[in-house]
Write a protein that binds this ligand. Structure first.
Ligand SMILES: Nc1nc2c(c(=O)[nH]1)N[C@H]1C(S)=C(S)[C@@H](COP(=O)(O)O)O[C@H]1N2
Ligand SMILES: [Mo]
Length: 592
């Protein structure tokens, strides 16, 4: 073992990295065949999201915004890469230790995959296949005989690692080459001299890798990959060419399996299904919005938020891709007649168009997690009524295809407002990011208690019996939207020329309606802003103050809205948790 220390760490780390890549590629392939959501890296990331404390999540959202998922995935991959490199270093000292480390990583992936919501035995396959492939790759890249022979040859004086060989070593190396090259490279096998013909590493000396692998995982590895450190050489030298060939071979296997896995994951199929979807006509159309709904001021949020600009908040690391042909919505629990709707059942129902502003409870005062869209969907209340909801059921617990849960107060959904099972957003099928093929939209409630994307199950239950995803994580069980307003222009910290300046923004109090918006500068008197039209009470409302005479110096602009119940926004600042931030949006500008 001691002599193996002379394998340079960088080479060992590289072999570990490539073996790790092979493991990930193979598990992606297996996931593509069996179940995309069972990809263990994703399962580990999802588990990390679910286990991370609310403060960490808040911090991540605040710090990285909508890139939080990219950052998390990059983080998981970086940690994995470091662990894989470490595995290679371990393996270069003792193959069994490296293999054991890989098995532990595989077991973590396996455990995560098997404990995801809705996981079944099939979810084990990608983790197992990936681990097995990684072990085979590691066994091939760092030859098991490597360790054996070093022990057999007894303690060696440490020699600097180099490409050179002494005569004695060359003899050894030739023996080893003969063994190693039997089926692997076909290059330069010298006749075996003295040493018994060792069984092939992948059939004899690496039982862990083999028994765990079986023929299937071995198959895509068909391209023979030479051992990086040939036995014999391993004691003192490293064959750079073999290393390179091995690494490239491994990388090719990883790339090919990974790509095949991605293609098989059905992403493109869902995109095709989405593109080919003919949007049903609404039976209740919302009609064109009145002139004056959009003030069309540059820099002011447009009345309708384009889908591409619509904020996205969810716990999914990779958005669920749900094929409408496979989609069903199961409605059960405290109902007389449980049903399971297909997508056809849903779109054959009378569909209603409604303009609804959706916002996130995590939106800080003045924050970006709010958007307005024209939704098309079936009335949730009608569907529920048909199932015969029990009188004492006060919670609609909806579940997404990836196991996220949401508890919506039943009385809110049933009170006649446009609570929808939506299939379209701004005139196109729901974007995958926004819940394709179907999601809930309920005006007046924050998204976390109402807006389930990729919804596949609705259970009628009670708040005193069930808890949705965010409740045990410190958020209120019920989340009515708080009356709020935001200054869109001038932007925070803007430098402005003196003179007449437009101040404009949006205000919202969904399902109540915004009755007034006031603006004040430098703590002066509140001034009424001009309000845009608002076709219904369920959307935000644009506002503008057109005639502020900006004088040189620093100025503070504040805004407050009053809703149709007569409530005026409080200036008291509270944090987003547990039920939404309060306080006045305040913008500082410099006029010069
Ligand atoms: N399946 C699922 N649906 C979800 C969530 C989620 O994490 N998973 N997040 C909710 C939250 S917190 C919000 S604010 C809205 C955001 O919807 P959007 O991403 O379409 O803007 O979706 C809701 N629906
Ligand atoms: Mo949210």
């Amino acid at each position: 073992m001691e002599s193996n220390r002379r394998v340079p760490a960088w080479a060992a780390a590289l072999t570990g990295l490539v073996a790790g890549a092979v493991a990930i590629g193979m598990s992606l392939l297996a996931a593509g065949i069996v179940k995309p959501a069972a990809f263990p890296v994703l399962a580990v990331g999802d588990t990390a999201v679910d286990l991370s404390p609310p403060w960490l999540k808040d911090w991540a959202i605040r710090t990285f915004g909508e890139a939080d998922k990219t950052v998390l995935i990059a983080g998981v991959l970086a940690v994995l890469a470091a662990l894989a490199a470490g595995t290679g270093v371990l393996a270069s000292r003792d193959t069994r230790h490296g293999q054991a480390a890989l098995a532990v990583l595989g077991a973590i992936g396996l455990a995560a995959a098997l404990t995801r919501p809705g996981a079944g035995p099939a979810d084990a396959v990608p983790a197992l296949a990936g681990t097995a492939a990684g072990m085979v790759a590691l066994a091939r890249l760092i030859h098991p005989r490597f360790v054996r022979r070093s022990r057999a040859s007894g303690p060696d004086a440490p020699r600097p690692w180099s490409g050179g060989r002494t005569d004695a070593e060359t003899a050894d190396a030739e023996t080893a080459d003969a063994e190693t090259a039997d089926a692997e490279t076909g290059t330069a096998p010298s006749p075996a001299s003295g040493a018994p013909q060792a069984p092939r590493a992948d059939t004899g000396q690496a039982p862990r890798a083999d028994t765990a692998t079986g023929p299937r995982a071995e198959e895509p590895y068909g391209t023979p990959v030479p051992a990086v450190m040939r036995a014999g050489e391993d004691l003192h030298t490293l064959d750079r060419r073999a290393l390179l060939t091995g690494l490239l071979g491994g990388a090719a296997v990883a790339g090919a399996t990974g790509l095949a896995g991605r293609l098989l994951s059905g992403g493109t199929e869902v995109d095709t299904a989405r593109a080919g979807l003919a949007l049903p006509r609404p039976s209740v159309s919302a009609g064109p919005v009145p002139a004056g709904t959009d003030l069309k001021i540059r820099g002011l949020s447009p009345f309708f938020t384009p889908n591409a600009d619509f904020y996205r908040v969810d716990t999914a690391l990779i958005v669920p891709r749900v094929d409408p042909r496979d989609w069903t919505l199961k409605i059960h629990g405290m109902v007389d007649r449980p049903v399971e709707l297909t997508f056809d059942d849903l779109v054959r129902r009378p569909l209603v168009e409604a303009d609804v502003t959706l916002c996130c409870v995590s939106n800080e005062v003045g924050g970006p997690y709010i958007g307005n869209a024209r939704w098309l969907g079936a009335r949730l209340a009608d569907i529920l009524r048909e199932t015969g909801v029990h009188k004492d059921a006060d919670m609609i617990l909806s579940v997404s295809s990836d196991g996220w849960t949401c508890g919506t107060p039943a009385d809110v959904v049933m009170d006649g407002r446009d609570a929808l099972l939506a299939v379209a957003m701004n005139g196109e099928a729901l974007p995958v990011d926004h819940g394709f093929p179907a999601r809930q939209v309920v005006p007046g409630l924050y998204g976390y208690v109402s807006a389930t994307k990729w919804v596949t199950e609705i259970k009628l239950t009670r708040f005193d019996r069930d808890e949705a995803y965010w409740t045990p994580r410190g958020w209120a069980a019920r989340g009515p939207v708080k009356t709020q307003s935001r200054i869109d222009l001038p932007g925070p910290g803007a430098g402005l020329p003196p003179g007449r300046t437009v101040i404009a923004g949006v205000a919202w109090a969904q399902h109540k309606g915004v009755d007034a918006v006031e603006v004040r500068i430098d703590g002066g008197p509140w001034r009424q802003a001009r309000l845009a039209e608002a076709p219904t009470a369920d959307t935000w409302r644009q506002w503008a103050l057109d005639d502020w005479d900006a004088t040189p110096g620093r100025h503070t602009i504040e805004v407050r809205a009053t809703d149709a119940t007569g409530y005026t926004q409080t200036a008291d600042r509270t944090p987003i948790a547990p039920d939404g931030a309060t306080g006045l949006h305040t913008v500082e500008v410099t006029v010069a």
